[in-house]
Design a protein around this ligand. Sequence first.
Ligand SMILES: Nc1ncnc2c1ncn2[C@@H]1O[C@H](COP(=O)(O)OP(=O)(O)OP(=O)(O)O)[C@@H](O)[C@H]1O
Ligand SMILES: [Mg+2]
Length: 320
Amino acid sequence: MTAQLTIEDFSLVFRTRHGTVRALEDVSLSVERGEIVGVVGESGSGKSVLAYAVMGLQDAAARVQGGRILFGGLDMLGAGEQALADVRGRELAMIFQSPRTALNPIRKVGAQIEDILREHANLPSRELRKHAIAALARVRIPDPERRYNAYPFELSGGMCQRVMIAMALACSPFLLIADEPTTGLDVTTQAVIMDLIRDMSRDQRMSTLLITHDLGLAGEYCDRIAVMHAGHMVEIAPVEELLSRPAHPYTRQLLAATPTPRSTVEGLVSIPGQLPDLRRDLPPCRFSARCERHVALCDEAPLPWTSLSATHLVRCRVPL
Ligand SMILES: Nc1ncnc2c1ncn2[C@@H]1O[C@H](COP(=O)(O)OP(=O)(O)OP(=O)(O)O)[C@@H](O)[C@H]1O
Ligand SMILES: [Mg+2]
C-alpha cells in the first residue's frame, strides 16, 4: 500500500538576520489512506512549519536542506506552482492555526465556500449555494442561510474557525492538514468537528495530519501519534502504545504534563527546561540538555532510530 503522504528525512532552515533557525531536521513520517496521525509537541517544536511544508507553502526565508515530501505520487518539493495550486483545496486541504488570516476579509463567507466548490467540485452553478449552506451546517454554524451572507468581520473568532473548517472539508480532500483545528472552540463544537473529521477518514478514506498540543484530543481521535521536540521527530507509535508505553523521556514528560479529568492542580507537572535555541549549534539529541537520562553516548552523531516494535519507533539512545 502506498501512503497518501510520505515525509522522508526532511530538513528545513530559516535564514534570518539573527542567524539560521534549524526549524526541522531529518523529519520522517507517513500517513496512510484513511489514517489520522497526530503531531504533538510543545509550542515552537516545528509543527506548523511542517504543516506549511507539506502544503508547499513556504516563507521566503525558508530553505529546504534535504529530504522528500510525497503527496500520493506528487513530489511536493519539486512540483511547480501550478501543480501545487491544482492539488491544494481539492486533494489537499489545510485548516490553519489562525483562521481569520486564512479568510478573505472582503468576501462573504458563502461566496468563499462557493469559490472552492466551483473550482474543485464539478457542481452545476445552481447547486453551489445549497452545498455551501450544507457545508456551514455540517460544522454546526447556527442559522447557516443567514451566515452564508456574512463577511468574516461579522463573525466571532470561533465562527470564522468553523467557516475555515467548512472550506477545508468542502471538497472531501484526500489529505487534510489540520493545525490546531479546534483550539479555542467550546467542547461540544470541538467534538462535533472532530467526529466529522473522523467520519470522513473512515467513510471516504480521507487521511489526516492532526497537529495539536492537546495529547488528550490526539489520544481520542488518532490512529498513530508522532512526537516532535525542537524540530526533531522523537517518537512515533500507535496511539494506545504511545500513551501506555511512552519510550522517549520527552514523551513521558509531555504525558505527565497533560491534564486528565482526574488530575489535580498540584499533581500537574511542567516540562523542565526550555526548547533549545534553534540558531545555535545543536547536539545530535536536541533534548539532551533537558534529559535526566542523558549519557555520553547521546552526544554521538548520528542519533539513531530504535524500533521497539514494527510500529513503535523512538529516537533515543536510552529509551524507557
Ligand atoms: N518565518 C520564520 N522565520 C524564522 N523562524 C521561524 C519562522 N517560522 C517559524 N520559525 C521558527 O520555527 C520554529 C517552529 O515554529 P512553529 O510555528 O512550527 O512551532 P509550532 O510547533 O507550530 O508551535 P505552536 O504550538 O506555538 O503553534 C520556532 O522556533 C519558530 O520561531
Ligand atoms: Mg503552530
